[in-house]
Write a protein that binds this ligand. Structure first.
Ligand code: ZN
Ligand code: ZN
Length: 206
């Protein structure tokens, strides 16, 4: 009787010792993404984004201390900030521990696009890349609630992150990677289509 108990006890402790390091390694393997608030103080929205993004991509979100835009990103003629210059700066401040840094702001942002010197955008991210920026400025139009604006914001964030993770625009009008074409298409988006899911590459830094 005594002997059986000892053997069972040993088996259980062996099982535990095998299991624990395995789950720890799995947790560490998740790439870190830094969420950088830029003149953005809505902490409830920041934690909503953290939870939603971690369910959407296999990543771990870290929320950074808020910062202001650097002076050189300001575009005075339109009282807004250049998304391209902001991305350049975000790349410089990104710690090596994060694979991508996502700037978040309520200010209007813009870039140069198809003949326009300064074109207002909801977000900007390059493919592939390690930085992107998203604004809530253009998300309020026709929105019926604060929650709807949050949902839209989340969809723009995972869209720009998708570009960083090697995704192009997608023809599927319900896919996260649909081209906004300066229209409000966000409410129809349901998630990444299967084709985009297969092309997704979330990598740690080399
Ligand atoms: Zn895009
Ligand atoms: Zn797609």
């Amino acid at each position: 009787m005594m002997r059986i108990l000892v053997v069972t006890g040993l088996a259980v402790s062996l099982l535990l010792s095998c299991k624990e390091p395995y789950s720890k390694t799995k947790e560490e393997a998740k790439p870190v993404i830094l969420l950088q608030p830029l003149a953005f103080t809505d902490t409830a929205t920041l934690s909503f984004l953290k939870d939603s993004i971690e369910k959407f991509y296999p990543v771990s979100i870290v929320i950074a201390e808020p910062k202001q835009f650097p002076a050189n990103t300001y575009y005075k003629p339109r009282n807004r900030y250049r998304a391209d210059s902001t991305i350049k700066w975000l790349k410089e401040i990104k710690p090596d521990s994060a694979i991508t840094i996502v700037g978040l702001t309520k200010e209007d942002i813009s870039t140069s696009k198809s003949g326009y010197v300064d074109f207002g955008v909801m977000g900007l991210g390059y493919k592939p890349g390690n930085a992107c920026v998203v604004s809530t400025w253009r998300l309020k139009k026709t929105a019926k609630s604060a929650q709807q604006i949050r949902e839209r914001l989340f969809k723009v964030v995972v869209h720009e992150m998708g570009h960083n993770f090697w995704l192009d625009h997608c023809a599927d009008q319900q896919c996260t990677m649909v081209d906004a074409e300066a229209k409000m298409k966000l409410d129809e988006i349901t998630g990444l289509c299967n084709s985009c899911k297969q092309k997704l590459k979330i990598k740690r830094p080399a």
